[in-house]
Write a protein that binds this ligand. Sequence first.
Ligand SMILES: [Zn+2]
Ligand SMILES: [Zn+2]
Length: 327
Amino acid sequence: MSSDESSLTSDDSEFIRCRYCGQRNSTRDESGTARCGRCRLTLSSEPHKKFSTLDKDEYIHPADSRALAALRMIPGIDSALKKLLAVTGESAIRVIFTASAVKVTADQCPDLHAKLQVACTTLGVEMPELFVQQNPIVNAFTGGVERPVIVLHSALLERLTDEEVLAVVAHEVGHIHAEHVLYITAARLLEFLANSALLATPLVSIVKTLISGTMRAALLAWARRAELSCDRAALLVTQDADVIGRTMMKLCGGTFASKVDYPQFLAQARDFQKNYDAKALDRFWADVISSGMTHPFPVWRVSEILQWVDSGEYKQLMSNQPHSAAA
Ligand SMILES: [Zn+2]
Ligand SMILES: [Zn+2]
């Protein structure tokens, strides 16, 4: 109970203000495990930083910028992708989810709505629509161009803790903040078509006419690296690297993750970096896509987050001092 801002005391109960969503909670729980009644995240008197003016270039992974620059060099790529999305229809995305998934609002799944609000206010992003779709694969995605929507699969909510769900929501909000949505929607569509029974439909021949092999390869190579930037955005929201690490462990291990030792998993991620070979991964990528792997390389992603924290860049951003702030 450090300041008037974060807590208030009255005669019969004690209030603690949620550091994430600002809700005033009445609590007498001294165990440190009490959760906010609104966003369901753990209550604590630690501060939670909200960025007033976060520029994407402050956290974008260099591999993302390079791959995006290479992608943009391909003649006609933007108009081809816009045509592709016009054919498949941005409004169709919204119609599909409104018809088949639960729309999250302040009254429907209010804790999820609060988590979305936490991610959006922390990064400085306008609230997109959020849906929950019944799906046994632990996954989430962001689609759309003009008005992005975020979709969380039901399995993700069943497996992850509230903090880990915040990490996933923040990662998706990161795609919007980083202005990834046109390209990420196109990449997801290509992945979906590669993995689905739609392979023989006319849609695939339309896609093949519009999107050349070069465009497709560059798009998928970029999409994988775009994840690294959004994992950083997720860390800027959760403000706890272990939450990102544990989320990745669950994406990696599925239900088996409960039997996985987290420190050993981190050691594996650090070890991975020593043998990292970007070219070999790129060659492998086409096979990975066609094998239907939805969460590429979680160990690689954890190793990248650990490196970012080790570099001091994360700490600099958190301390709001652009230069030599890392102690
Ligand atoms: Zn809260
Ligand atoms: Zn992503």
